[in-house]
Design a protein around this ligand. Structure first.
Ligand code: AMP
Ligand code: MG
Length: 342
């Protein structure tokens, strides 16, 4: 599902023409704060330096499209123009098409129209509050991705009045795929991109070994396991990544679109291992909302990705395909490990 954007691919292809020097073992890296997230880009070898630099500018460019806090962003402008057909950029078009299709596919567990609900909880501004139930009740009619109309021919979207979109659960995955594609096209054979909970690996490590990607223990204390991968994305969603506490209750940033309240599905995190970071980003959020039973059924029906679920009790459920590549941290005794079979 990796589809390179024209602009980034062209910019990075130029680095090939200009030519760069450096050994294939040399790491080039950058730390960027964009999309409300700390992002690390690493690329090894002669094309690495420019690829990382271009990647950095690309992230600001993407942030300018998908931010919901910046009123000047393309998405904010689209939300402000709800009620009329509006043309969208190529990047926006890609994200809208995938978001609407995956919202349908996940039965609405992933729903980008959750924006007004997120705002009322303060997740978009960090002014957290537990809203009055009547407030949520009044906003719920404006949740439902099936109400968003998109015309592929004219590349126009119609957001009905009262609705607004949030791509916080998909944009980093989209950006990760685009970056990885563009870097590969520019000649990068080894790279690792970490956009918050979205990790995208290009190729294998320079010594030929697979990457070992750690999965955080949601209750703290580092990684509870790792998965060995090459050329894949490993994407984690968890309530613990962004939450606030009120009167002893924790409220996480992943909302159950059927209730308008933070999802309480018995899970603390879901990790998706897949070829497409965009798909991983959406599915980690969606399967977190579904919980382990429905999530396992979703995997059984699709089987084009693997998943690791961590429950509130610390138990770990992994899908069969990732089992050979999964290593539990020695000393993890908080829960048991179970394998989900087809
Ligand atoms: P992630 O960190 O990828 O799990 O995405 C979580 C972010 O996606 C949140 O911070 C919100 O911006 C947005 N979000 C929350 N709940 C949902 C949902 N059910 N469907 C789609 N996006 C959501
Ligand atoms: Mg996500």
């Amino acid at each position: 599902m990796r589809i390179p954007t024209g602009i980034l691919a062209t910019a990075l292809a130029l680095t090939l023409a200009v030519g760069c020097s450096g050994s294939s073992k040399k790491e080039h890296s950058a730390e960027v704060f964009a999309m409300d997230t700390l992002i690390f880009l690493s690329a090894w070898g002669e094309y690495g330096h420019q690829a990382v630099q271009q990647g950095e500018s690309y992230l600001y460019y993407i942030e300018d499209k998908f931010s919901t806090t910046r009123t000047s962003s393309e998405l904010s402008q689209l939300n402000a123009g709800a009620g009329q057909w509006q043309s969208v950029s190529d990047d926006m078009a890609q994200v809208i098409v995938h978001a609407l299709a995956l919202s349908k596919e996940t039965g609405g567990a992933f729903d980008p129209t959750i924006h007004s609900i997120l705002t009322t909880w303060g997740f978009t501004t960090d002014s957290f509050q537990v809203p009055d139930p009547t407030e949520i009740h009044e906003l719920m009619p404006y949740v439902g991705a099936e109400k968003i109309k998109y015309n592929e021919k004219t590349q126009e979207v119609l957001i009905p009045k009262g609705f607004s979109l949030d791509f916080g659960g998909i944009a980093k995955g989209y950006a990760g795929d685009e970056l990885a594609n563009a870097m590969e096209e520019a000649g990068v054979k080894t790279g690792l991109l970490t956009l918050g909970g979205n990790v995208v690996a290009i190729g294998r490590k320079t010594d030929g070994a697979m990457w070992n990607i750690g999965i955080q223990n949601p209750s703290g204390g580092g990684a509870l396991a790792s998965v060995a991968i090459e050329d894949k994305a490993v994407v984690t969603s968890g309530g613990y990544q962004r939450y606030f506490a009120r009167e002893g209750e924790l409220y996480g940033h992943i909302i159950d679109p059927t209730t308008g309240y933070p999802a309480q599905s018995g899970l603390t995190s879901v990790t998706i291992i897949t070829d497409s970071a965009l798909e991983g980003d959406v599915l980690s959020t969606a399967l977190f909302v579904m919980g382990v039973e429905k999530g396992a059924d979703y995997w059984r029906e699709h089987q084009d990705f693997e998943a690791v679920f961590i429950t509130d009790e610390g138990d770990i459920f992994i899908t069969q395909g990732i089992h050979p590549w999964f290593t539990l941290a020695s000393g993890y005794t908080e829960g048991t490990l179970r394998v989900i079979t087809p």
